[in-house]
Every structure is written in structure tokens, then in C-alpha cells.
Design a protein around this ligand. Structure first.
Ligand code: CP
Length: 305
């Protein structure tokens, strides 16, 4: 049986514990090498940090890496995702990293993969981005945040954010003391979505005494139904994180953003570049997390050689 990482719920508690510990060891310099691993990065949606981190992680564990975009693949000639993966398997690929605009595409592909081929979800639609969640948790742990004591506020375009969905789920699994969400009413998830989170009426309620504030960008590429979304200046005035808005948070409150940032919209540059920000640590931790994930995937499914 091949292993897959499709979402946080596909991980057991022991898997999460192992991946976070192993990623921390790798970040501290522990060697991680895989013989015969061949990784294909299938990115059917734009990405900078996730794509580069997966590519660098694969190189760092000694894998061969192939990068494929939708524009460069035979998907443009009508080939299905499953047949693309079978083609890659026939050519010796044993790990597929998939970013896809449709919710559930990695789940569907995981069911169709030949035995011996592993899959990592690098973000699907608004549904899940599990390696981002792992790197977010690792970043907080390495910054000395005690998650079980932490009040975490996630603010912005929550309903369309796969990062919010996966990171909130993981913070809950790691027993964060309180998880709060806030954003424009139309952008909050339905009542049954994200159980256990505290819904705040405005930015100020979410940020008060918060130990961590995670800001999210407006997912304009996922705005549907002819909506324009808010004017950037209006949004910044109402929902942007500024030095003044950070003041009522807990002393030492850490600021996160999964990127890409829209400076002057959801976050002011003074905060993004300030001492509370963990934004570049998040990016850097994407490397050991993905190395740990490759190792974890291929431990039970030996590389073909
Ligand atoms: N955080 C994140 O997924 O960024 P990219 O879209 O640049 O990969």
C-alpha cells in the first residue's frame, strides 16, 4: 500500500508527532537521504513558495525531480490526471506532488494511483493544504509558542482559504487553547465548517490578547458569481493588520501569513517586516517539512530502482 498525504485528517496523531519532530531535526541539520526517489511536481495552479520548497526538498533528499505545469502537460490534449500519473509511474516516478484548483482532486487521484506511487497534496482549491499547516505548526513550535496555551486568531478570507482550513484543523489537533476566526461576514465558513472555533464579530475582538495572529489574503482568483470583492483601501481600513491593530494583542504576539502577501491590503509592511512577524520563518520551514514528508511517504513504499 502506498502512503499519501491528502489532508490533515489523513494523518494520525503519531504521524503528526513524527513529521513535526523529524522536520525539526532536519531543520537542525540531521541528514535525510532517499535512494531512488523520483518526484514529479504537478502544479496545475500558480505557486512560488510551495513549488520551490517541494523542488528543493526533493533535491536535498537526493531525489530526481521533474516539474510539470498544466500548460506544459498533455492535460491540454485531454489526458486525465489519473492517466498523467500512470504515465509518470511508467517512467519511474514514485512520488507525485499535486497542486490543483479543484477541491478533492488529490483524493480522486490517490484512489487511482498505481501501487508504489505516493501522493502529496500541495493545495487543492479551497479544501486543504496540509504541508502548509505542518510548516505553520513547526514555525510556532520553533518560535517557542506553547500551542496548548496559545490563543490563535485567523483573520481574513477564511471560507476560501485552504490554508485556514488545514492550519486550523492542525492547531486543533495539537490542542491549541483557543482558535478564533474573523473576517467579512460573507467570507466566514458555514456553521458546521470548522467546529470548535470561536467566531469573532470584528478584528478587535479576534486580536485582543491573541498570542498568534495569522492574516490571510483575499483569494480574488476564487471569487465567484460576478462579485468584485472589496476595494483594497476599504479592506485595509476594516480588516488590515497595522501596528495599531497589533497593540491590543498579547505582548510578544507572533504574526503569520502563508503568503503571497498583499502589502497594504491584509497586512501593513510595518507589521510584515517587523519583529513580531514569522513570515519568512514559515517559508524557510517549508523545506524541512517537505523533506520529512518525502521520507515518511517512502519509508513504507520503497523507491523503485
Ligand atoms: N502559501 C502558499 O501556498 O504559497 P504559494 O501559492 O506561493 O505556493
Amino acid at each position: 500500500m502506498s502512503k499519501h498525504l491528502t489532508d490533515i485528517s489523513s494523518l494520525g496523531d503519531a504521524d503528526i508527532d513524527h513529521l513535526l519532530k523529524r522536520a525539526a531535526e532536519i531543520a537542525d541539520g540531521a541528514p535525510a537521504r532517499l535512494e531512488g526517489a523520483v518526484v514529479a511536481n504537478l502544479f496545475y495552479e500558480p505557486s512560488t513558495r510551495t513549488r520551490v520548497a517541494f523542488e528543493r526538498a526533493a533535491q536535498r533528499v537526493g531525489a530526481e525531480v521533474i516539474n510539470i505545469t498544466a500548460q506544459s502537460a498533455s492535460v491540454t490534449k485531454g489526458e486525465s490526471l489519473a492517466d498523467t500519473a500512470r504515465t509518470l509511474h511508467a517512467l519511474g516516478v514514485n512520488v507525485v506532488v499535486l497542486r490543483h484548483p479543484e477541491n478533492g482532486a488529490p483524493l480522486e487521484l490517490a484512489r487511482a494511483l498505481p501501487d508504489g506511487m505516493c501522493l502529496v497534496n500541495a493545495g487543492d482549491g479551497t479544501r486543504a493544504h496540509p504541508t502548509q499547516a505542518l510548516l505553520d505548526a513547526l514555525t510556532l513550535i520553533r518560535a517557542g509558542v506553547d500551542l496548548q496555551q496559545a490563543r490563535i486568531a485567523v483573520i481574513g478570507d477564511i471560507a476560501r482559504s485552504r490554508v485556514a482550513r488545514s492550519s486550523i484543523e492542525l492547531f486543533g489537533r495539537l490542542r491549541a487553547a483557543e482558535i478564533r476566526i474573523a473576517g467579512p461576514a460573507a467570507w466566514l465558513p458555514g456553521d458546521d465548517d470548522m467546529p470548535g472555533v470561536k467566531r469573532c464579530r470584528d478584528f478587535e475582538q479576534a486580536a485582543a490578547d491573541a498570542d498568534v495572529i495569522m492574516m490571510l489574503r483575499i483569494q480574488r482568483e476564487r471569487v465567484t458569481g460576478g462579485q468584485q470583492g472589496p476595494d483594497a483601501a476599504d479592506y485595509h481600513a476594516r480588516w488590515g493588520l497595522t501596528p495599531a491593530r497589533l497593540a491590543p494583542a498579547a505582548p510578544g504576539c507572533r504574526v503569520m501569513h502563508p503568503g503571497p502577501m498583499n502589502r497594504g491590503v491584509e497586512i501593513a509592511s510595518e507589521v510584515a517586516d517587523g519583529p513580531r512577524a514569522l513570515i519568512w520563518q514559515q517559508v524557510a520551514n517549508g523545506l524541512p517539512v517537505r523533506m520529512a514528508v518525502f521520507e515518511w511517504l517512502l519509508r513504507q513504499a520503497p523507491p523503485r530502482g
